[in-house]
Write a protein that binds this ligand. Structure first.
Ligand SMILES: NC(=O)C1=CN([C@@H]2O[C@H](COP(=O)(O)OP(=O)(O)OC[C@H]3O[C@@H](n4cnc5c(N)ncnc54)[C@H](OP(=O)(O)O)[C@@H]3O)[C@@H](O)[C@H]2O)[C@@H](O)CC1
Ligand SMILES: Nc1ncnc2c1ncn2[C@@H]1O[C@H](COP(=O)(O)OP(=O)(O)O)[C@@H](O)[C@H]1O
Length: 289
C-alpha cells in the first residue's frame, strides 16, 4: 500500500512494512544485519543509552556499540555484554569511528546532555552522511537555532521528539498530524511525533498514525527504547519511513505483550515475542514465507 504513489495517510500496521524487515538468512553473518552505534551519556547517566543499545540488538541489528567519553567507559563495559563499547574523546574521534562503512546507523540523544559536545557530535554524524536517529538531547541542543540541524540532514534521518522536544524545534503544536507533516518537510527527516497516537510523517508527505500503544508506555526510558528500535531497523537497511513505522508498532506491541506493570527495562526482552508473532503471520498474514 505504501508503495502506491497515491498513498497519503493510514493507520500503522505490519502490512505497511513487514516486507522490508531484514530477516537473518541461513548463509548470512552478523554484518548482513548492520552495525548500530549509540552515543552514550556521561558516567552519571548511562541507563538511557544502555536501554537503547540493548533494544537495538533485540531489534535485530547484527552488532551494536556504545561510544562514550572515556570517563564513562568502565560503567558501560561492566554493564554491557553483547553490546560493545568504544571510547570517544571528541567529534573528530566520533567521525573516525563511524566512518567505518560497516557502521550503518547512529543514535544520538538519550541522556547525552544538552551541551556543546552533544551538538558537535550530532553535526559530525550528520556531516558524515550516516543514517541517524536523533532523540531527546540531540534535538533539544538545537532549540533556538534549528536551521543548523535541518541544513545538516542529507542522509536518511529519523527524529523522535515528544511534544516538548517537538515544540523546541518547530514551535507550539496546534494539530499533531499536520504539524508533523510540515516538520518532516522542513527538516528533511522522518518525524516520529510521540504520544498516545504517535504520528509518523515523511518529507514526501506520507503520514501514518500508530494506534496500538498502551498507556503503560508512559514511563521513564520508554522513548529511549523506541529510539533504539528505530536505529536497529535503520541500521539493518530498512528505509527510514518504514523503519520508523515498524519500530513504533513493535514498541507498542512489546508493551501489549508484557501487560500491566511495565517499565522500560521490560520492553527489549519482549521483542523476541514480537518477532515470533510477525514470523508466524501475526494479524492474519504471513510475513516470513
Ligand atoms: N534511564 C535514563 O537515564 C533516562 C534518561 N532520560 C533522559 O533525561 C533527559 C530529559 O528528558 P525528559 O524528556 O525527561 O526532559 P526534557 O527534555 O526536559 O523535557 C521534559 C519537558 O518537556 C515538556 N513536555 C511536553 N510534552 C511532553 C511529553 N509528552 N513528555 C515529556 N515531556 C513533555 C514538559 O514541560 P511542561 O509541559 O511540563 O512545561 C517537560 O517538563 C533526556 O536526556 C532523556 O534522554 C529519560 O529518557 C528518562 C530515562
Ligand atoms: N498515554 C500514553 N499512551 C500510550 N503511549 C504513550 C503515552 N504517553 C507516552 N507514550 C509513549 O511512551 C514513549 C515515551 O517516550 P519519551 O517521552 O521520550 O520518554 P523517555 O524520555 O522517558 O524515554 C513514547 O513512545 C510515547 O509514544
Amino acid at each position: 500500500m505504501l508503495d502506491s504513489p497515491s498513498f497519503k495517510r493510514g493507520d500503522n500496521s505490519p502490512a505497511l512494512w513487514s516486507g522490508q524487515l531484514n530477516w537473518p538468512q541461513p548463509d548470512g553473518n552478523k554484518y548482513d544485519r548492520g552495525h548500530a552505534v549509540v552515543l552514550g551519556g556521561p558516567v552519571a547517566a548511562t541507563g538511557a543509552a544502555r536501554l537503547s543499545a540493548r533494544t537495538a540488538l533485540r531489534g535485530g541489528a547484527g552488532l551494536v556499540s556504545i561510544a562514550c567519553d572515556p570517563s564513562a567507559l568502565m560503567v558501560y563495559a561492566v554493564a554491557c555484554e553483547a553490546v560493545m563499547t568504544k571510547p570517544l574523546r571528541d567529534a573528530d574521534a566520533f567521525a573516525a569511528l563511524i566512518a567505518d562503512p560497516r557502521v550503518t546507523g547512529v543514535l544520538m540523544g538519550p541522556a547525552a546532555g544538552v551541551n556543546d559536545r552533544t551538538r558537535a557530535l550530532v553535526l559530525a554524524a550528520l556531516e558524515a552522511g550516516k543514517a541517524c536517529v536523533l532523540d531527546a538531547d540531540a534535538l533539544s541542543v538545537f532549540e533556538g537555532g534549528p536551521d543548523a540541524l535541518f541544513g545538516a540532514i542529507t542522509a536518511p534521518t529519523i527524529l523522535t521528539p515528544h511534544e516538548g522536544e517537538f515544540a523546541r524545534l518547530f514551535g507550539a503544536i496546534t494539530d499533531r498530524e499536520a504539524d508533523a507533516v510540515v516538520a518532516a518537510q522542513k527538516s528533511g527527516a522522518v518525524m516520529v511525533l510521540k504520544g498516545r497516537d504517535t504520528v509518523i510523517a515523511a518529507p514526501d508527505g506520507r503520514v501514518v498514525i500508530n494506534k496500538n500503544a498502551s498507556e503503560w508506555l508512559a514511563t521513564a526510558g520508554s522513548g529511549d527504547v523506541l529510539a533504539g528500535l528505530c536505529v536497529s531497523l535503520l541500521a539493518q537497511g530498512m528505509p527510514a519511513f518504514e523503519a520508523a513505522c515498524a519500530a513504533t508498532w513493535m514498541h507498542a506491541e512489546a508493551a501489549y505483550l508484557f501487560g500491566p506493570g511495565l517499565i522500560a527495562e521490560d520492553l527489549p526482552d519482549q521483542l523476541p515475542r514480537v518477532w515470533q508473532g510477525l514470523s508466524l503471520g501475526h494479524n492474519g498474514f504471513n510475513v516470513h514465507g
